[in-house]
Design a protein around this ligand. Structure first.
Ligand code: HEC
Ligand code: HEC
Ligand code: HEC
Ligand code: HEC
Ligand code: HEC
Ligand code: HEC
Ligand code: HEC
Length: 554
């Protein structure tokens, strides 16, 4: 196996260009502490449920009214509705009353319904819904869009058979919830309740409050504006820079990020090379405000001074955006501008940061953060083309540069079926593999590459190695099973699928793989039993119902 793999070892790839940043420190002079507040803290028997609001009533009250302060919570009653999704022949119905909402899908005479338990999104543009089953969170196929009502949720638009069971992984909630409580080893199992905090909390930008609560002084809690530029920007980038791929360093999860760190201490973000060209339409994508802003001349020429916080007070939804933002522009451009400027200029943003519609589901309208001199002509934005090359937003520690880029190229290449990226990624991973003999993401991707070229048995053995390292993760068993089945070893495949289901009885793919195996074998008795188990686990699944209905045809 080693010799065979060695032949895959490619040329070494050059280091990607990375954006340089101003790492200059900028500290504001801390203001004096208020002694009476300390006394208050020392004498008050217990803090009220909102631990910050007692002393910072202004920030707490205003923040509760922002979109981030309402980013996730129980569903709010939206109007009832129904629509037909023609491509998938699915009829959707939403029943809604003050106390309860029921979402239903019907197709081919089958029907499934769920009562969503959470909404994702304040509703500014769109709302997504989460459903819960046995401690698992899934994304409903339905979304509610301000202005146009009910529709398919993002990502479900092109689905041939939309269902309720797209697993909600922790990285989705990382950007939308205060703190989710995932259970290791599964894709989408959470503790009860699944959220320690539902909407995005103060802590997500200010870090752990413990020291501050013990001694409420300036400097005892993180103030983003006082951090060095890279750490400061990282706080917003954790959620406002999606990129093409976000790759955690070895042994880390995205969720390990804490304010005060630089993003690359935990994970690195990869963007399309073309998106770094300000004149390219690809430089405008959803959830890329950080990337766009960095392209602006304002940011590039202000030596790290311009950041999100220059224009946005995260605790405040400005009631008069025009005047509010213009004042921010003028804080740098001053009144000198007004003398030379071509037109009377009260609404700076209206001309220099126009709003644009996007075609990407929930992330529907956004503001051009590139702050261009002359607004570009393009009105609506199409989705960007598959990237030909990826570059890192900021370098991770040098020892991870190749590994992380390789993983990013594999991930994006697989997702977009871009063979060139996959090949580049495999080369990098093969080259750094000796340094990461026990690193599950590296091994999984090498196994995937082997699987892609039909080296199924070798792929299966690499997956088995991952199982030794992470024996508690259901998906590892699923992968090994798929590879063994491709290698025509059904017995091993079935053992692995069953093991995956022992760990996670709601790993839907494992039922589907078992069914596929018994259909091909064929083994009608095991097929029948498996379809029944699938339906028992997912009684509302149209797919499971269809499998049971199809049994009579076999
Ligand atoms: C017992 C009162 C008290 C509580 C509770 C409290 N603070 Fe403070 N906080 C203060 C005082 C006093 C200061 C310093 C004076 C000021 O900036 O208002 C301060 C300052 C701050 C600062 C500015 C720090 C700096 O160095 O610039 C932030 C940010 C902050 N608090 C956030 C929070 C958050 C978030 C919570 C809840 C987890 C919280 N505070 C809870 C009293 C409190
Ligand atoms: C934990 C993730 C997270 C962090 C950290 C975060 N944001 Fe957000 N932000 C969001 C999400 C999600 C939304 C959309 C909320 C919704 O409408 O449901 C949002 C919305 C916004 C909006 C839209 C308008 C509004 O008032 O809410 C602004 C502006 C914004 N964020 C600025 C910032 C800035 C500036 C920072 C850094 C200081 C930051 N965000 C940090 C996740 C985050
Ligand atoms: C990298 C962080 C990130 C990830 C991951 C992410 N989102 Fe978002 N999402 C945002 C931000 C930021 C916004 C605010 C609007 C914007 O910037 O486009 C948003 C907006 C939304 C909205 C519209 C909110 C509103 O009030 O208009 C919905 C719904 C949504 N996301 C659902 C999801 C779901 C479901 C997932 C996971 C399957 C997901 N998002 C993954 C950051 C993220
Ligand atoms: C999305 C990020 C974000 C969230 C969430 C957030 N803050 Fe802040 N907070 C900031 C930033 C950025 C600053 C620095 C503002 C500045 O000085 O430019 C700040 C500053 C502060 C200050 C110091 C204000 C001053 O005048 O110096 C306090 C107090 C504070 N926040 C309290 C809170 C409390 C309480 C919450 C939760 C209810 C909260 N923040 C939630 C980003 C956030
Ligand atoms: C932190 C300071 C700062 C803020 C805030 C700021 N800018 Fe700038 N801006 C600059 C600097 C510096 C330049 C570069 C000037 C130069 O090249 O001489 C610039 C350049 C520009 C340009 C010329 C762009 C080009 O490509 O030629 C425009 C237009 C502009 N700013 C508009 C705005 C608007 C509108 C706002 C508010 C939404 C704003 N700026 C906020 C610092 C800032
Ligand atoms: C030069 C000023 C300026 C800076 C700097 C800036 N923004 Fe904005 N941002 C705006 C304006 C103006 C809007 C539109 C607000 C409105 O329409 O009410 C906006 C809107 C947003 C929204 C709402 C969704 C959208 O795209 O319309 C988000 C989220 C956001 N900004 C995040 C950020 C983040 C994150 C940063 C830092 C990377 C940032 N902004 C830096 C001016 C700025
Ligand atoms: C009606 C549309 C419009 C409005 C409103 C507007 N601008 Fe401009 N601005 C322009 C155009 C067009 C140019 C380019 C002029 C050129 O290239 O000769 C420009 C150029 C600029 C420049 C570059 C000037 C230079 O000399 O390099 C800055 C900076 C700028 N605007 C800032 C602002 C600010 C700040 C505001 C709000 C106070 C504002 N603009 C309002 C249309 C507008």
């Amino acid at each position: 196996m080693r010799t065979w793999l060695a032949s895959l070892l490619g040329r070494s790839t050059h280091n990607p260009a990375n954006l340089s940043v101003d790492r200059g420190l900028k500290f504001r002079k801390a203001e004096g502490a208020l002694i009476w507040v300390m006394l208050l803290a020392a004498t008050s028997p217990a803090l009220p449920s909102n631990r910050c609001g007692a002393c910072h009533p202004k920030e707490a009250a205003a923040y509760a009214g922002t979109q981030m302060g309402r980013s996730l919570g129980p569903p709010v009653p939206e109007p009832a509705g129904s629509f037909l999704d023609a491509p998938s022949h699915s009829q959707f119905t939403i029943e809604s009353s003050d106390s309860r909402m029921l979402q239903r899908v019907e197709r081919d005479g089958l029907r499934g319904e769920h009562e969503p338990v959470y909404r994702i999104g304040s509703g500014a543009h769109a709302i997504g819904y989460l459903i819960e089953a046995d401690g698992h969170l899934f994304q409903s196929p339905l979304g509610y869009y301000s202005g146009r009502g009910w529709g398919l949720a993002p990502g479900y638009e092109n689905s041939a058979a939309p269902d309720f069971y797209r697993p909600i992984a922790p990285n989705c909630l990382f950007c939308h919830a205060g703190r989710a409580q995932p259970i290791a080893g599964t894709l989408n199992t959470y503790q009860t309740p699944p959220f320690e905090e539902e909407a995005i909390t103060c802590e997500r930008c200010h870090g752990s409050p413990e020291a501050h609560l013990r001694s409420p002084l300036p400097g005892s809690i993180i103030n983003p504006a006082k951090l060095a530029a890279r750490a400061r920007d990282s706080i917003c980038e954790q959620c406002h820079l999606l990129g093409e791929a976000r790759i955690p360093n070895p042994g880390k999860e995205i969720e390990d990020f804490r304010p005060g760190l630089e993003l690359e201490d935990v994970f690195s973000v990869y963007v399309s090379e073309k998106s770094l060209d300000p004149s390219s339409p690809d430089s405008l994508q959803v959830i890329s405000q950080s990337q766009q802003l960095a392209l602006s001349r304002c940011a590039r020429r202000s030596g790290g001074k311009l950041w999100c916080g220059t224009c946005h007070d995260p605790h405040l939804q400005p009631s008069e955006p025009k005047g509010y933002f213009s004042a921010r522009c003028l804080s740098c451009h001053g009144t000198a501008l007004l003398k030379t400027h071509p037109k009377p200029s009260d609404d700076c943003v209206g001309c220099h940061m126009p709003r644009r519609p996007v075609t990407d589901g929930a992330h529907t309208v956004f503001t051009d953060h590139r702050i261009t001199r002359r607004p570009t002509a393009s009105a609506a934005l199409a989705l960007p083309a598959a990237p030909s090359a990826l570059v890192v937003w900021h370098d991770p520690p040098s020892e991870y540069v190749q590994r992380n880029l390789g993983l990013a190229e594999m991930e994006v290449g697989e997702r977009l079926k871009a063979a060139g990226l996959v090949t580049q990624g495999v080369r990098l991973l093969m080259a750094c593999w000796p340094n990461y003999p026990n690193d599950p993401p590296v091994l999984n991707n090498i196994a995937q590459a082997l699987f892609n070229i039909g080296e199924d048995e070798t792929a299966a053995s690499v997956y088995e190695h991952v199982i030794e390292i992470e024996p508690g993760a259901a998906s590892n068993f699923l992968h090994a099973g798929v590879a063994w089945r491709a290698a025509h070893n059904d017995k091993k495949a079935i053992t692995y699928f069953e093991r995956a289901l022992e760990i996670d009885p709601l790993l839907e793919e494992a039922y589907q793989e078992l069914i596929r195996t018994y259909l091909a074998a064929p083994n009608s008795e095991m097929l029948r039993q498996t379809c029944q188990r699938y339906l028992k686990a997912f009684p509302q699944s149209l797919e499971a119902q269809a499998e049971v209905r199809n049994l009579s045809h076999h």
